[in-house]
Ligand binder design. Structure first.
Ligand SMILES: Nc1ncnc2c1ncn2[C@@H]1O[C@H](COP(=O)(O)OP(=O)(O)OP(=O)(O)O)[C@@H](O)[C@H]1O
Length: 310
């Protein structure tokens, strides 16, 4: 049973954000074409099939930057030990929503969240919850690989050391690197800089760093967008492998990737409020990935996944 977020667990791995919470996210990846914009203020989200075992239960969640509602009225359940993909055109709030799952948006001036965001039965935004504990349990991997300017070993050992890890640190570093399929490639150069690795290796190092603190969930914000196709396939294979242990939410612009790696897909789009001209991200459709890509319920989803806008 998972300990409450308000308690500091007796643990052998550290707090913080999996050591992987620095680095930039957001606004990226130009998309082709012009998305159809709807003047309706609200497009009801549909969850076609209930999720039996949810790691997150979002109830009418909206995220604002100042008075601007970036993403609004999101109600959905994210399944445990599955991969959930967030897709949709640029600016529809995918990264914003992802970042609020582990309170990364707390670090953005002016950002605020309303509604209820329940993680394992607890409100992530309750006053008594420690955001650092949230970020330890819910790790993050960013678009651009962002190893610390330290050795390969020290990158992985960073979080555990912060938490005065009581076990065998060498073992933990090795296991974490093995888990991401990097051990054989780096075992003879653990003292070399993480920056000396290739982009794909750096991203796997960042994933090793994130899992070294034994999180429950991994959030991935376009983790392959800076990688070549071979490195991308390695990360996708790794995502498949990791979901037996972690619940994973991934933002991706690559629809083939969403189709390949995810069990469920949430499609977001932007609605325009006629009165205020506000462009707010909405959840258009959320379902099994096969349904979203082969037989979506909404025309907008079909248009997007077939590349008619994007
Ligand atoms: N720190 C911020 N301050 C103010 N507005 C922001 C901030 N970050 C994002 N936004 C705005 O919130 C909206 C949603 O942005 P977000 O990056 O979440 O969308 P996205 O769907 O992830 O886009 P992309 O696919 O281009 O990464 C956009 O209108 C964006 O300009």
């Amino acid at each position: 049973m998972t300990a409450p977020l308000t308690q500091t667990e007796e643990r052998t791995a550290p707090p913080a954000d999996g050591g992987a919470t620095d680095g930039a996210t957001g606004g990226s990846a130009a998309s082709a074409g012009t998305p159809p914009e709807e003047s309706t203020a609200t497009q009801p989200a549909q969850e076609q099939e209930s999720v039996q075992d949810a790691v997150f239960d979002l109830r009418d969640v909206s995220v604002q930057y100042g008075s601007f509602i970036a993403v609004g009225n999101i109600t959905m359940k994210v399944p445990r030990h599955q991969v959930t993909a967030f897709i949709g055109p640029s600016g529809c709030g995918k990264s914003t929503l992802l970042r609020c799952l582990n309170r990364m948006n707390d670090l953005v001036p002016g950002a605020s969240v309303s509604g209820e965001l329940i993680y394992n039965g607890e409100d992530v935004y309750a006053a008594e919850v420690d955001p650092a504990e949230v970020r330890r349990r819910i790790g993050m991997v960013f678009q651009k690989p962002n190893p610390f300017p330290k050795s390969i070993y020290d990158n992985v050992a960073f979080g555990p050391r912060l938490n005065a890890y009581a076990g065998d640190l060498d073992d933990l570093v090795q296991q974490s690197l093995e888990r991401v399929g990097l051990w054989n490639e780096v075992k003879d150069k653990l003292k070399e800089s993480g920056h000396a690795l290739s982009g794909g290796q750096q991203q796997r190092l960042c994933i090793a760093r994130a899992i070294a603190v034994e999180p429950d969930v991994l959030l991935m914000d376009e983790p392959c967008s800076a990688l070549d196709p071979i490195a991308t396939l390695k990360i996708e294979d790794l995502i498949h492998e990791l979901k037996s242990t972690y619940s994973i939410v991934i933002v991706t612009h690559n629809m083939q990737q969403a189709a390949r790696v995810s069990d469920r897909t949430a499609f977001f789009s932007v609605n325009i409020d006629d009165h205020q001209g506000m462009r707010t991200g909405r959840l258009v459709e959320y379902d099994h990935t096969t349904k979203i890509f082969n037989n979506p319920a909404q025309q907008r989803t079909e248009d997007y996944v077939t590349g008619r806008f994007g």
